[in-house]
Design a protein around this ligand. Structure first.
Ligand code: HDD
Length: 693
């Protein structure tokens, strides 16, 4: 073990000579620093016991182990955190005094935690779910947390319903299942009784809820926030993260199989990308608007179930986020990081969005429960990087203990004082009204934007939304819940309602539910709401699975690998044995995966580089046949040698029907990479999926 690793994990070790065994090996000690002589056997009377409680090393070791777990997050339990920086690329001094946005080129350290929402900590990455996208900016004027999701709207309008939506989505209290999925009665019961969720449901049933990885998702602050400039003037703002690699999702059938093949698919992807030196980047965009726009907008800007289309308020790109470092210790950083919507810096403020107001209360409360002390801000991942000076003191695990006599203010001894000019300025919004438990009428249109979202999708994306609804509702045991959802869908799109009713085998299409408020006339479709309409013409950051066997052509493999790398993509070799295959030049090519450990669902595209003998061998291998059949059914580009064709046929693919997604690699992979740039071969889905017929 290197001194570096030892010292970092155990800062108390000063490397004193009596704590060193021979050479470089440090001596194992107790938490009290006492050297340990035997870490294999407890202290016993005689070789067969009994064990003695006098064994303080054993007692302390077990005691510490018994207390290793802290409560997992009540939502967003499964997460993955990484570090990086935010760089301002355009000054926002015209609209906000927020220090981090003043100077072009300035870099601010960040910590980002991605997550799923409903699953427990040990669930799988590719659940159909919303993804959390929480960013902590360590600015010079304190920490700013932008605690967002990969979907720009939310299920509910008022935070008082949050415990209900979360209870309904998570496992039922009597049986503790189903986990990490919404395909069950409780969720759809709540949703169908909560029409305000319809817009969000369109998003969660779309491919946005099964992203290819964290690197290919957008992020949104969701609520309307405030910017406050140096003169105290306020404007409204919505925050957007745009992935530089573009958006990409997987298919539902693929997601189901990925969860079995690699439950850690998303976290591994991000870890690998950073370790391979290809850190993911996002642009930060802001939609800034004023009261005049808010008044003219047909929806309420305080309603978190509504978005503002980019066509109405263009997105201004003001910075970039680069995530280039993995954590040193998962627990210390990813588990202990504590976000809070109320962590804002001068220049950024709140609005009266009732969901945001509720969140501002909830996050601090939950951190106390999870981390056990108000001193969680002393934990390095939560500690601001700027000076912290106040008279708060003591409490469990206090690590930052001021010295000196004074612990109150005002005082005659000196110390920090408030500063009206530099301190956080709350925007002096004029508020008036009767105290009531009400929902504003302006929040009452629940269908127009849901319809706009659906109509903005390409036909194949619309099909996926329909398929997802049929899948989820088919898992509901109560037919009335299934029918109630179809009754809502009729207010969104009649075609979708009919498709879902048919998929569910409903005898008749139910009456549409009466909307709370007449639906706004059809809104114009908005291209940015679709994933596929804005596919980047690049295969960068993607991964190819190359299937080989003994006798595979070494020259083609070398040129294909070169073409993949030139595109900025990566690859993995898959072979019948992980030890590798002997290529036609006699060299042993090691593999990353054995075929059944590296199914094609783990790759964006595949290349089957087989010799005639290899093709014959794999024709007898079920995992190899699944590999190619899944790649075909999931509409992936398939590169291949001529010799691989008999294998395709034996796997069940008809050679007469091979489409433009099958690309020979005799040219060294150029045509293959060109095809990969176009994404999936969606036309194929219509041939391979009964639901499309
Ligand atoms: Fe929340 C965690 C995002 C509504 C209460 N939320 C949490 C996380 C994210 C979000 C990304 C995980 C943070 C992390 O990685 O540690 N939450 C959202 C978004 C919402 C939203 C985008 C709607 C726009 N949340 C919301 C409401 C409430 C909460 C309405 C309560 C009134 N959220 C919490 C929480 C959590 C949380 C219980 C659980 C763990 C934590 O805070 O730290 O306080």
């Amino acid at each position: 073990m290197s001194n570096d690793i030892y010292d970092r994990r155990n800062p108390g070790s000063g490397g004193e000579t009596h704590q060193r065994a021979e050479g470089d090996t440090p001596v194992l000690t107790t938490q009290q620093g006492v050297p340990v002589a035997d870490d294999q056997n407890t202290l016993k009377v005689g070789p067969r016991g009994p064990s003695l409680i006098e064994d303080f090393h054993f007692r302390e070791k077990l005691f510490h182990f018994d207390h290793e777990r802290i409560p997992e997050r009540v939502v967003h339990a499964r997460g993955f955190g990484v570090r990086g920086y935010f760089e301002t690329t355009q000054s926002l001094a015209d609209v906000t005094r927020a220090d981090l946005f003043q100077r072009v080129g300035e870099k601010t350290e960040v910590f980002v935690r991605f997550s799923t929402v409903a699953g427990n900590k040990g669930s799988f990455d590719l659940a159909r779910d919303v993804r959390g996208f929480a960013v902590k900016f360590y600015t010079k004027e304190g920490n700013w947390d932008l605690v967002g999701n990969n979907i720009p709207v939310f299920f509910i309008q008022d935070a008082i319903k949050f415990p209900d939506v979360v209870h309904a989505a998570k496992q039922a209290p009597d049986r503790d299942f189903p986990q990490a999925q919404t395909a069950h009665d409780n969720f759809w019961d709540f949703i169908t009784l909560t029409p305000e969720s319809m817009h969000m449901i369109m998003w969660t049933m779309s491919d946005r809820a099964i992203p290819r990885s964290f690197r290919f998702m957008e992020g949104f602050g969701v609520h309307t926030f405030r910017f406050i400039d140096a003169q105290g003037r306020s404007s409204f703002v919505k925050f957007h993260w745009k992935p530089k690699l573009g958006l990409q999702s997987v298919l539902w059938n693929e997601a189901v199989k990925i969860n079995g093949a690699d439950p850690d698919f998303h976290r591994r992807d991000l870890w690998d990308a950073i370790k391979l030196g290809d850190p993911p980047e996002w642009e930060l965009g802001v939609q800034v608007f004023d009261d005049a726009f808010a008044d003219s907008f047909p929806f309420d800007i305080l309603d978190p179930t509504k978005l503002i289309p980019e066509e109405l308020v263009p997105i201004r790109i003001v910075g970039r986020l680069v995530l280039d470092q993995t954590v040193d210790n998962f627990f210390a950083e990813t588990e202990q990081v504590a976000f809070c919507t109320q962590n804002v810096v001068p220049g950024i403020g709140f609005t009266n969005d009732p969901l945001l107001q509720g969140r501002n209360f909830s996050y601090l409360d939950t951190q106390l429960k999870r981390l056990g002390s108000p001193n969680f801000t002393h934990i390095p991942v939560n500690a601001p990087r700027c000076p912290v000076m106040n008279f708060q003191q003591d409490g469990h695990m206090a690590m930052r203990n001021p010295v000196g006599r004074v612990n109150y203010e005002p005082n005659s001894w000196g110390g920090p004082r408030e500063c009206p000019t530099r301190g956080y300025p709350h925007f002096p919004a004029a508020e008036a009204g009767e105290m009531r438990q009400v929902r504003s009428e302006s929040f009452a249109d629940h269908y127009s934007q849901a319809r706009q979202f659906y109509l903005s999708q390409l036909p194949v994306e619309q099909k996926h939304i329909g398929d997802a609804l049929v899948f989820e509702l088919s898992k509901c045991e109560r037919p009335d819940i299934r029918a109630r959802m179809v009754a809502h869908l009729r207010n969104i799109d009649e075609g979708l309602a009919a498709r879902v009713a048919n998929g569910l085998g409903l005898a008749a299409i139910p009456e549409a539910l009466p909307p709370a408020r007449p639906v706004v006339a059809d809104l114009a479709p908005s291209d940015p709401l679709s994933i596929l309409k804005r596919l980047p013409p690049s295969f960068r950051g993607r991964k190819v699975g190359i299937l080989i066997a003994d006798g595979s052509p070494s020259d083609l493999l070398a040129s294909l690998v070169a073409a993949i790398e030139a595109e900025g993509a990566v690859y993995e070799i898959i072979a019948p044995k992980v030890g590798g295959a002997v290529l036609d030049d006699g060299a042993l090519q090691p593999a990353k995966q054995k075929i059944d450990g590296g199914p094609s669902v783990l790759y964006d595209a595949v290349a089957v580089l087989l010799s005639p003998e290899g093709a014959e061998l794999l024709s007898m291998d079920k995992p190899a046949k699944d590999f190619i059949n899944d790649a075909f059914a999931h509409c992936k580009v398939i590169g291949h040698t001529e010799a691989a064709l008999p294998f395709f046929e034996k796997a069940g693919l008809s050679l007469a029907e091979l489409d433009e997604g099958f690309v020979g690699v005799a040219d060294g992979g150029k045509a293959f990479i060109a095809a990969c740039r176009n994404g999936r071969v969606w036309a194929r889905e219509l041939k391979t999926d009964l639901d499309a017929i």
